[in-house]
Design a protein around this ligand. Sequence first.
Ligand SMILES: Nc1ncnc2c1ncn2[C@@H]1O[C@H](COP(=O)(O)OP(=O)(O)OP(=O)(O)O)[C@@H](O)[C@H]1O
Length: 276
Amino acid sequence: MTDLQSLDIPPGSSHKRPLVVMRNVSKSFSSGTLALSDMSLTVEGGEFVSLLGPSGCGKSTALRIIAGLGDTTTGTIDWPASRINVRGLPEGDISFVFQEPTLMPWQTVFGNVYLPLRLRGVSRAHAADAIMTALDTVGLKDFAKAYPRELSGGMKMRVSIARALVTKPKLLLMDEPFAALDEITRQKLNDDVLKLWRDTGITVIFVTHSVFESAYLANRIVVMKARPGRVHADFPLQTSLERGPLYRASEDYRAACEKVSAALLDAMGGEAMEMH
Ligand SMILES: Nc1ncnc2c1ncn2[C@@H]1O[C@H](COP(=O)(O)OP(=O)(O)OP(=O)(O)O)[C@@H](O)[C@H]1O
């Protein structure tokens, strides 16, 4: 095992400047709901951060604000390592994967993955290599001509991930992407995302309700507290094991689940919590 692997840091990742810095962000909706209050979070290049917390604590709101899909009421989002466009966003550097795969049923897998490049004016012929590489990354190279209706739920989610990767983003934002899938498919996709993270050095912020999923995936856990949403705990999860079947059966993983679970329980003020 190399030194990098033992530190659980993917090769090729940059640790010089933070990728994104969220400073004292508050968000009020017109309904009067204060969804986030004074939230600060700095994410370094190459991290796999899991954002975890009780329902309604503002996880999706925080992720959407980072993606530029919603404004802050107060506070700032900075991108020290990126070139910023006129909208204040490192547009090409961010991709978002939602809970639903949101594929266009009338388009093939290839056509669905092409969408972000089509929106940038790239011709189909010029985009073809990037599309096939993204499909290869998620194991769907042989399904380029298939339509979404021919795919299982897990395969549709893979297409959604390929579509997010086709622009080669630095930061992948994932909002409970596997919550609707069965447990075996979810575990398989967890392994696929880990492989992707290790192979590419991409930075991931992954929202989940699941203690088990966050303890399996992340090398940093950020637990949020509700009403109003804010960061309650922020800690690293390190292991000398590569995340995979051995890790899933290990004492390190059991201890990680316990640690994450205790932090979540604390964020919920000791309310009864079901582990899932
Ligand atoms: N567009 C909106 N308009 C008004 N209120 C909103 C809007 N979006 C979210 N909220 C409210 O903001 C708070 C935070 O919501 P958010 O969806 O970010 O939480 P969450 O932690 O992602 O929840 P969950 O885990 O249930 O998905 C909630 O009280 C929610 O009702």
